[in-house]
Design a protein around this ligand. Structure first.
Ligand code: ITT
Length: 202
């Protein structure tokens, strides 16, 4: 069945991003990531912004692999921390991809802090043949909880409660997260853009 679907290659090594994006659009696209391409190069994320890093990943991978490549650069911005962890969200605790350490540091930094406003931000870049064609941004506002709650999702999900309630993304689960997350909001724009192009070509 997947052979009939258009292919979308994700420039990510984060299996949680792939799982979320597949759950959201896997019936319309064959969604592949680094696991399908063993000799995929390591792309250094040297940018100062989500857009710069997403562009580096999308251009770097699409210069090696044909078809549309989608990169997701995302993270958590906490107002009381001046926007940190921001672009260093994946290694805020000192070790790349170590989510428990990242969460421990965030809880330490937020100890006794009254203003707990925060947002997840996701910037997606679509590229082909090493050239970025479009970028899209999604955000979800919320607050940082006093302690980790729930076991679903990944990363900072146990510490982040989206606006309008007190439950964390990790408590609310995939269906609720996907209905309002930064990633789903950016991805909806990506799909609309790809489909408008496909329609325009007839
Ligand atoms: P790739 O660069 O390979 O895509 P990465 O995880 O390193 O994977 P980023 O540099 O974009 O990706 O960092 C994203 C980090 O932001 C991620 O590791 C989490 O710490 C955090 N994050 C992003 N989206 C999140 C979400 O939906 N829930 C919880 N944490 C999230």
């Amino acid at each position: 069945m997947s052979a009939d679907l258009p292919r979308l290659i994700l420039a990510t090594r984060n299996p949680h991003k792939t799982a979320e994006i597949r759950a959201m659009i896997g019936r319309r696209y064959e969604v592949l990531d680094a696991t399908s391409f063993p000799d995929w190069p390591v792309i250094e994320e040297t940018g100062d912004t989500f857009l710069e890093n997403a562009t580096l990943k999308a251009n770097g991978i699409s210069s090696r692999i044909g078809g549309w490549v989608l990169a997701d650069d995302s993270g958590l911005e906490v107002d009381a921390l001046g926007g940190a962890p921001g672009v260093i969200s994946s290694h805020y605790g000192g070790v790349e991809g170590d989510h428990p350490r990242n969460n421990d540091r965030l809880l330490r930094e937020m100890q006794g802090v009254a203003d707990r406003r925060a947002r997840f931000r996701c910037t997606m870049v679509l590229a082909k043949d090493g050239v970025a064609h479009a970028h899209f941004c999604g955000t979800v506002e919320g607050r940082i909880l006093e302690e980790a709650r729930g076991s679903q999702g990944f990363g900072y999900d146990p510490l982040f409660a989206p606006e309008g309630g007190s439950q964390s993304f990790a408590e609310l689960g995939d269906a609720v997260k996907h209905s309002l997350s930064h990633r789903s909001r950016a991805l909806a724009q990506v799909v609309a853009w790809l489909e408008a192009r496909a329609d325009a070509r007839g």
